[in-house]
Design a protein around this ligand. Sequence first.
Ligand code: SF4
Length: 94
Amino acid sequence: MWEKPAMAALTQARYQVPVYKTDKKYKIPKEITSQLKGAVSAKMISSMKIEAVDCPVAKTEIPFLACFVCPSFLNRVKGVVGCAGEKGPNWPPK
Ligand code: SF4
């Protein structure tokens, strides 16, 4: 049966991971922010620097922007990340 792409992503999601606001503003390296240019505005990137997820793969808190560029990231719907749960994030950066 044909599925809409968004529905396909949801059915592939192994984890549903809530995004939450933190007290701190993460320092995000240029390698990550440069991947977002054109897709996300500078203002949005700035506001996302205080967001994080409790990553089920890395089993620790990860800045949302690092989650956004993670190979397992599928989508973000209503503050919840759809995660394939295969490869973990490149965080902390080397
Ligand atoms: S997409 Fe990556 S960083 Fe985000 S929750 Fe899944 S494994 Fe963790």
